[in-house]
Write a protein of this length. Structure first.
Length: 225
């Protein structure tokens, strides 16, 4: 089927980025290895690896479509509404942005340590990413609490409705990213059908996407007042 072919091509591109690129798995491995530093990379195109990559890719595409649709509606309503009242953004949102960007840095540091089989350092940086992600969510709750204290609710006006929808939807999808981070952090990959490096790599795509999406949303909320 044409759709199946397209998905397979996308998956192979993701695997090539991960360094699979047509290299044969190490001799003697069954293609379903576990941890870095002694694990065997899954065979190129193995079903578990392909399913994991495809699931993340489809999640990113669906989230992108959702937020682009909301963004268009947000801008259109701002332009046409005669009763639009801008929301004063809580300052904690800027701190949250720094925290989320820092989490992308720690995630990449974790992956760089994994590439050289430094698993203890990988785990330390990976856990730091999880902590920063949780801190970001706590910061979002604080932002909502500050707005509520100021008397700004989701039904207060059109702008406040979009603010709560944007930030809550992003936080909900970021929870999915945290679940993926925890999966990589807690999974015993010695017996897994996907290697830790592939799981970490594909998860990083989703996390960096959520990071970039947040920067876009904050810029949108700040500029379109």
């Amino acid at each position: 089927m044409p759709g199946t072919t397209i998905l397979e091509d996308i998956e192979l591109i993701i695997e090539d980025i991960g360094g699979g690129g047509g290299k044969k798995p190490p001799t003697g491995g069954d293609g379903y290895g576990g941890d870095a530093g002694g694990d065997k990379r899954p065979r190129r195109g193995s079903p578990p690896q392909r399913r994991f990559a495809t699931a993340i890719l489809l999640a990113i595409i669906s989230i992108l479509v959702l937020f682009l649709t909301l963004s268009v509606a947000f801008i259109a309503l701002k332009v046409t509404s005669p009763v639009w009242s801008a929301v004063h953004l809580p300052r904690v949102l800027w701190l949250n942005t720094v925290i989320l960007i820092a989490s992308s840095w720690t995630l990449e540091r974790a992956r760089s340590r994994l590439k050289v089989s430094d698993v203890p350092s990988f785990r330390a940086f990976w856990r730091a990413t999880v902590v920063l992600g949780l801190l970001f969510l706590v910061g979002q709750v604080i932002a909502w609490w500050q707005l509520v204290r100021a008397g700004v609710y989701i039904a207060s006006n059109q702008a406040s409705s979009f603010f709560y929808i944007f930030t809550a939807a992003h936080a909900l999808h970021l929870l999915g990213g945290l679940a993926a981070l925890l999966y990589v952090a807690l999974r015993q990959f010695e017996a897994a059908k996907v290697s830790r490096d592939i799981a970490a790599q594909v998860t990083s795509y989703y996390w960096h996407f959520m990071d970039g999406l947040w920067v876009f949303l904050l810029a949108l909320l700040y500029l379109v007042k």
